[in-house]
Design a protein. Sequence first.
Length: 103
Amino acid sequence: MRKLGERVVEEIFVRSWWVTLILILCFGFYEHEHKKRNETSAILTAQKNELQYKKIKAIENHDDLLMQINSQTDPDWIELILMKKLGLVPEGQTKIFFQKSAG
C-alpha cells in the first residue's frame, strides 16, 4: 500500500505535469514582459527629461527674444547691439583690435 504523500506527489507531478508546465511558461512570459516594460519605462523617462530640458531652453530663448523686441525703441540698447553685432564704435571712442600671435 502506498503512502498518502507518494500519491499526492504522483497526482501533482505525473498526472498533472501539463499544469506545472503551463504555470512555468506563464511565469516565464510574465518575467519577460515585466523586463520589457521596465526598459520601455526607462527610455520614456529619459525622453521626458530631455524634452523638459529643451522646453526650459526654448522658454529662456523666447524670453530673451521678447526682451530684445521690447528694447528696440531704447537708444542705449540700439547702441549696444550696433557695437556687439556690427563692431561700430560711438563718436569719441577708440576701437582696439587684439590679434593672437602666431606660434
